[in-house]
Design a protein around this ligand. Structure first.
Ligand SMILES: [Zn+2]
Length: 342
């Protein structure tokens, strides 16, 4: 412990060395830049006039998958471990890897919530199939590697239309149960990325030194744009009706959190010290918990489901799949690099 002394109290030592104008301007720049990138996949998907080639959309989607996985490891788990092993915390935290334990717990919780949502969705779809008003029938079918209850034919309202993952315009029918768990999966993803986005905003708002502020500000602009692209392309593919406002609301909520965090950081800059015990408990716990959520979502939903269990991907030529894999690695690599600063 011969390192530089750590200030564990709540009081900050570092005063602001310049005016507040740049920091207030940063709030709006972050709002616009991350909003534009998050809305890009949603708008190009929804509005025919702004349609982009399928390859562009696929690039955004798989790049985004890599970003999300790198976010889990580099931007959430690593700082979670660091915060929860801070010498400011009580000794139980020095003697047990709580960050990993919290990540493991939320990973299992995410799995259980999805499992239950899938079963409840399946049961609901089956019961709707027996609804006397629809006069429908139902049968169970094998769906890929997973046995899923699929309601078909006479019960159109139990089915939703969903664009297939490879971005051609073909529409496939997805059973309600799968739709429910997919919507839930994106909601979980959204919550997973939101906490880190608030924290980096607060951190940015409390930096006193001007050049450190500018460096971190530039990094965070890209940080939020890449993560927004990842989230936006998932929101764009949600199996919702064409008029649904949910993808837009999800994009706007995500775009607002870092500017709000920055505003909070500016407000509390004289009293907030990110090394204090209180801040370490809170950010360490939330970072680790979010890491578990994003690890599950990234590895199961975005890797296993889309690359291995996805029918379309299994029949695509290997070269095309490898391009998607490289796109994903590029996203993960760039986001991992940004972890050097934020
Ligand atoms: Zn980060």
């Amino acid at each position: 412990m011969a390192d530089a002394e750590i200030n564990c109290s709540n009081a900050r030592l570092e005063p602001f060395e310049d005016g507040i104008g740049l920091r207030v301007g940063a709030i709006f720049i972050l709002l616009v830049s991350s909003g534009a990138m998050t809305l890009f996949p949603i708008v190009t998907r929804r509005v025919a006039r702004f349609a982009v080639p399928a390859a562009v959309f696929d690039f955004a989607k798989f790049f985004g998958s890599g970003v999300i996985i790198a976010t889990a490891f580099i931007h959430l788990l690593a700082p979670g471990v660091e915060a929860l092993s801070s010498p400011c915390l009580n000794e139980n935290f020095q003697n047990y890897p709580f960050a990993f334990a919290f990540a493991m717990i939320t990973m299992f919780l995410t799995f259980i919530v999805e499992l239950l949502a899938f079963r409840i969705g399946a049961a609901k779809a089956a019961s709707l199939a027996y609804d006397p008003h629809t006069g429908g029938h139902h049968h169970a079918a094998e769906h890929g590697n997973l046995a899923r209850v699929v309601s078909t034919g006479a019960v159109p309202h139990t089915l939703v239309e969903k664009n297939v993952s490879d971005s051609d315009e073909a529409l496939v029918k997805v059973p309600l149960s799968a739709a429910a768990s997919e919507i839930l999966g994106v909601a979980i993803l959204e919550f997973g990325v939101i906490f880190h986005s608030v924290i980096i905003g607060i951190t940015l708002g409390t930096i006193g030194d001007r050049s450190s502020f500018v460096t971190l500000f530039v990094v965070i602009i890209f940080h939020q744009m890449f993560e927004g692209l990842g989230l936006g392309s998932r929101l764009a593919l949600l199996p919702l009706g064409p008029g649904s406002a949910i993808p837009f609301l999800g994009a706007v909520a995500y775009s607002l959190v870092t500017p709000i965090g920055l505003a909070i950081g500016l407000g509390v800059r004289h009293t907030y010290n990110e090394d204090s015990a209180k801040a370490s408990y809170v950010t360490g716990t939330f970072d680790s918990a979010s890491a578990g959520i994003l690890l599950y979502t990234g590895l199961v939903e975005l890797l296993a489901h889309e690359f291995i269990f996805n029918e379309k991907m299994r029949t695509d030529p290997l070269g095309k799949v490898l391009v998607h894999v490289c796109t994903m690695l590029l996203g993960a690599g760039i986001m991992a690099l940004l972890g050097r600063w934020a």
